[in-house]
Design a protein around this ligand. Structure first.
Ligand code: ZN
Length: 264
C-alpha cells in the first residue's frame, strides 16, 4: 500500500460491526512485525466498548485504550457510570485516556443539559486520575469551548472539523487536534486551512475507523494503515514530507497519552 511506516492511530473503533468478520486476523497482522502501523488507541463509547478496549489492550502489545461514554450514547449508561469507570481503571495498565467524551447536538433526541453534566463528570474523573481526554464535538462549538475554558483539560479534540479560529482557541487552551480521512476530502477547505496553521507539536493522526476512510478509499471500510493517505495529503498542505509528519504525529500521541518504553 505504501512505504510509509511508524503510523500511530490515535482514535479507532475496532469493536464496530464491520470488523466482526476478520477482527482478530486484522489486528494481529496490523500490530505485528513488518506492519506500517506501530500503535492503536481504542476510543471507548459505552460499557461494552470499554470492556472490549480493556480485553484488546491485554491481548495485543501495541493496543491502548480509553474509558468513557460517548455523548451520542448518553441514554445507554451503566447504572453507576462513574463507579463503572473507576472499576475499569483497575483492569488494565494500558488505559491512557478518558474518552470519547463531549457534546453532540446532531442526532435526534439529544438532551443538552444531561450531555454537559456527563461531560463535566468525565473531565473531573480524568483530572482526578491525571489522565488526558479524547473529545468529540459536533454542532456544539460554543458550549464546548465554554467547558474547555472552565476546566482547561488536557486532551485532543478528535476529528477536528472546525474553523482556523476555533483551532486557534483550542490550541491556546493547550489542547491537541486530531486529523483523519476528512482532511483528504475535496470539500474540506476549512479543515485544510486549520491544519496548515497547527504547530508541529500539537496534531495527531487518527482514523475513527471503520468510518471516514480517506481518499482514494472514501466510502470503504477504514483501518489504521490508511493514515498513510492522510499523511500524503498533509504533506501537500504543510510542505513537510509525509514520513516526517507521521513521525511527529506519533511523538505527539506518545507525549499526550504518556506512552513510552519505560512507562507502558
Ligand atoms: Zn470516534
Amino acid at each position: 500500500m505504501s512505504e510509509l511506516c511508524g503510523i500511530f492511530d490515535s482514535h479507532s473503533h475496532y469493536d464496530s460491526a464491520p470488523f466482526d468478520e476478520d477482527r482478530s486476523g486484522l489486528l494481529s497482522s496490523m500490530l505485528g512485525e513488518g506492519s506500517p502501523v506501530c500503535g492503536v488507541i481504542h476510543a471507548a463509547t459505552d460499557a461494552d466498548s470499554i470492556r472490549f478496549g480493556i480485553d484488546m489492550s491485554r491481548k495485543y502489545k501495541n493496543f491502548y485504550t480509553s474509558v468513557g461514554y460517548h455523548p451520542e450514547l448518553q441514554f445507554s449508561l451503566p447504572e453507576d457510570p462513574e463507579g463503572f469507570l473507576e472499576k475499569a481503571l483497575e483492569r488494565s495498565d494500558k488505559i491512557v485516556a478518558v474518552g470519547e467524551v463531549g457534546l453532540d447536538r446532531h442526532f435526534e433526541g439529544f438532551d443538552a443539559a444531561h450531555q454537559s453534566d456527563l461531560l463535566k463528570m468525565q473531565i473531573e474523573f480524568a483530572q482526578r486520575h491525571s489522565l488526558p481526554l479524547i473529545f468529540h464535538c459536533r454542532d456544539a462549538t460554543e458550549d464546548f469551548l465554554d467547558i474547555m475554558r472552565e476546566y482547561k483539560p488536557e486532551g485532543v479534540v478528535h476529528c477536528f472539523s472546525g474553523s482556523p479560529e476555533t483551532a486557534r482557541e483550542l490550541l491556546s487552551l493547550g489542547l491537541y487536534l486530531g486529523f483523519g480521512g476528512v482532511l483528504t476530502f475535496k470539500n474540506s477547505k476549512k479543515i485544510k486551512r486549520a491544519f496548515a496553521e497547527v504547530p508541529a507539536d500539537r496534531f495527531l493522526f487518527e482514523t475513527d475507523c471503520p468510518y471516514l476512510a480517506p481518499e482514494p478509499f472514501r466510502g470503504k471500510r477504514c483501518d489504521s494503515r490508511m493514515i498513510a493517505e492522510v499523511a500524503k495529503c498533509a504533506e501537500e498542505i504543510k510542505g513537510i514530507p509525509a514520513q516526517q509528519l507521521i513521525d511527529l504525529a506519533r511523538q505527539n500521541t506518545e507525549t499526550l497519552f504518556r506512552i513510552g518504553k519505560d512507562k507502558l
